[in-house]
Design a protein around this ligand. Structure first.
Ligand code: NAG
Length: 683
């Protein structure tokens, strides 16, 4: 994991990280309500699909007359959307009066609010489009669209808010979108037109089903990537889980299993808010045991789906509050030679703003008198949903309609680092020929897909060859990425000297080759942020669910597991992707800050405590003295060896051979010079 390569510091102190007075209380709500709240809260999504689904669900739950009854039980405070929030903030700050705004030049906060308003307007309009499409409303008949009025009013209202923020006119009276929506449903009901809407929806769904039934059976029923928070079990019933555990796997069933796990983690975090690190890990591991292990066991040693030989590529993306996810998807499809063969499994760990106040990362606000940075964490609107950006873009929505985008949404509160996100994303694989794992902030060179396929096949060890590298960097203003520079090579490592990383091995780049080699040559390590291999990799080196809260360490584990299972690692001769490197000073949010908030201990400290324990699993794998079974037991850490036999080194090659191959001396904490890697001599 290289985001902070060479620039990895936990913040020393943060100010203003106390509890926000606006933080919502957790409330018990049924899932339909949550779905609706998510929509109203501006969390995004294929708005109407959800409304129609919701309408029919509510009707089923409450009999014919139940829509208003079902909605009447909503907790009003839960529906505070971005627009409510903007309004309240403005009132609280006394900005709601235009007189106060006249002299103030636009400050950052104001322009942030205006940006949020712009996003919200875009979101509403996109939903209106989705609504039209899904409800089968065609062409110009916009006036027939019952949502049109609500959206128009909301947008006008936002326009007026924007005006007021810029000093023109009054802050408008607050609009209650939820009430409008309720009224709309009721009047639709009065007119009985909601039935015809539902009919139209059924017709569309019917058409999609016919198209789907031509797909490989496991891709059906298809789980739509929007809206967020759609619960697979509610859509398709518990049976999809049972089927998936009994040799009839579906992606929808897998998503249902992962969602069940996440909701249990959610409840555990509430219950264990004040628990010790060991108690939290015990609870977490026992939820894995209950919810994930039966699924893991059902497909051990074989692929979950038959592997298709059609040169399809599955791209696994673990995204944490990533503002570049949508753009990364666009770039990948736009530059692919065969976009129709590209499939994505995205794990979107976002702050959705449901029941929680979203917070920024640790941002540098200035310097104190000694020249040290002054940092702060502040409130912010919910994150943009990259899947929504991509799927509502007319140029790309077809890939969402065709089922090429699979998404699992994870509340930020349940996110616990890259290893877990990548475990989830790997499970969204649906039988594609190749597995590609990447970061969610990348750019792609033209025909990158064809070139990687050729490259992985050109490696002597194919089919057991893995391509990997730390890609070159890009900045947001750069021209389109062309690729073609000499491939970087992962040929060095070091034992971390950072306090919080406890001497874990970090991998790094070494020499470049001339770039004219006849075949790709081997390197020592796999980078988690980019690798490409045949999908059999997932059978030999299944992702490990037992590594929550880890940051560094996943790459050495991945490398040693792959190699000892008989896979050889190669650097692509040319770079075909570029990566946005993100030093700490960018102030982006980090998962360890979330861990601190969730467990009521703001700052990175509690995550470090948890990581110190779970990292022992990787240290045990590498052979650190401190992590022998006896030492683990003496420190009460034996739990980290749970199911270790399935996620440790392989049997094709020994660990001693790996340490020799990579010149790692784990007794002396030293990484030696790897001649064959730096000199490009091993094909
Ligand atoms: C995500 O968070 C919301 C709000 O707290 C909660 O209602 C929902 O159950 C969470 N999702 C899962 C899968 O636990």
């Amino acid at each position: 994991t290289k985001e902070n390569n060479g620039d990895f510091h936990f913040p020393k102190s943060t100010t203003n990280n106390g509890t926000s007075k606006r933080r919502r209380q957790r409330t018990e709500q049924n899932d339909s309500t949550k779905l609706l709240l998510a929509l109203l809260a501006g969390a995004g999504g294929a708005f109407l699909l959800a409304i129609v689904v919701l309408m029919s669900r509510l009707e089923a739950e409450h009999g014919g007359g139940g829509i208003s009854g079902g909605l009447a039980g909503l907790q009003p405070q839960g529906a505070a959307g971005v627009d409510d929030q903007i309004y309240l903030e403005e009132v609280a700050q006394g900005h709601a009066s235009p007189a106060l705004m006249l002299h103030g030049a636009k400050n950052d906060r104001q322009s942030n609010l205006i940006n949020a308003i712009e996003r919200l307007k875009g979101g509403y309009k996109a939903r209106l489009g989705q609504f039209q499409k899904l409800a089968g409303i065609r062409g110009d008949s916009l006036k027939d669209n019952p949502m049109n009025k609500i959206v128009k009013e909301a947008v006008d209202n936002l326009d007026a808010m924007e005006g007021a923020l810029e000093g023109e006119g009054e802050m408008p009276k607050k609009l209650d979108i939820k009430q409008d929506f309720l009224n709309m449903l009721n009047s639709e009901k009065g007119k009985n037109t909601h039935e015809s809407m539902a009919d139209r929806f059924d017709k569309n769904k019917g058409a999609a089903e016919t198209a789907d039934s031509k797909q490989p059976p496991h891709l059906y029923p298809r789980f739509p990537p929007l809206p967020p928070h759609l619960m697979a079990v509610q859509e398709f019933g518990e049976q999809i889980i049972t089927d998936t555990l009994n040799n009839k796997p579906t992606i929808a069933g897998i998503i249902a299993i992962l969602q069940t796990f996440l909701s249990h983690i959610h409840a555990m975090e509430v219950e264990k808010k004040s628990a010790t690190a060991h108690q939290v890990i015990d609870a977490y591991f026992s939820i894995i045991d209950k919810d994930l292990v039966p699924f893991e066991r059902a497909y051990r040693g074989r692929p979950i789906f038959p592997i298709r030989e059609d040169s399809s590529i599955f791209m696994s993306l673990g995204a944490y509050r990533d503002h570049l996810l949508g753009e990364t998807l666009r770039q990948a499809f736009k530059n692919a030679k065969h976009p129709e063969r590209l499939f994505v499994g995205a794990v979107v760990q976002n702050c959705f703003g449901i029941d929680v106040q979203c917070r920024t990362g640790v941002e540098v606000k200035g310097k104190d008198e000694h020249g040290n940075p002054i940092t702060a964490v502040s409130d912010r609107p919910p994150d943009v949903n990259g899947i929504e950006q991509f799927c509502t873009d007319p140029e790309y929505s077809k890939y969402c309609d065709s089922g090429q985008i699979r998404a699992l949404y994870v509340n930020e509160t349940e996110s616990n680092g890259p290893t877990t996100a990548r475990y989830f994303a790997s499970k969204l694989w649906g039988g594609e020929t190749y597995f590609l794992q990447a970061d969610a902030h990348l750019r792609f060179a033209p025909e990158w897909d064809r070139q990687y396929e050729e490259e992985v096949k050109a490696a002597k060890s194919y089919p057991k060859s893995v391509l990997s590298s730390y890609p070159p960097g890009f900045s947001e203003g750069d021209p389109p990425y062309k690729g073609g520079s000499k491939g970087t090579r992962l040929c060095t490592c070091e034992f971390s000297t950072s306090d919080v990383e406890h001497k874990i091995i970090r991998i790094n780049t070494g020499n470049n080759c001339r770039g004219e080699e006849e075949h790709p040559t081997q390197i020592a390590y796999i980078a988690a942020g980019f690798f490409f291999a045949r999908a059999e990799f997932l059978v030999d080196v299944p992702f490990d669910p037992f590594l929550p809260w880890c940051f560094m360490g996943e790459e050495i584990a991945l490398s040693l597991r792959a190699w000892t299972h008989g896979w050889d690692i190669y650097a692509p001769r040319k770079n075909l992707i570029a990566h946005q490197y993100r030093p700490g000073r960018m102030g982006l949010p980090k998962f360890w800050e979330n861990t601190g908030r969730v467990f009521g201990r703001p700052g990175p400290g509690f995550n470090t405590e948890l990581q110190t324990i779970t990292l022992q699993r990787i240290k045990h794998m590498v052979g650190y003295e401190e992590a022998t079974p006896t030492n683990l037991e003496n420190h009460g850490n034996s739990i980290v060896l749970t199911d270790y036999e399935h996620y440790g080194p392989g049997e094709a090659r020994t660990m001693d051979a790996f340490l020799e191959h990579t010149r790692i001396d784990v007794k002396q904490f030293k990484c030696g010079y790897i001649d064959w890697c730096n000199e490009c001599t091993l094909e």
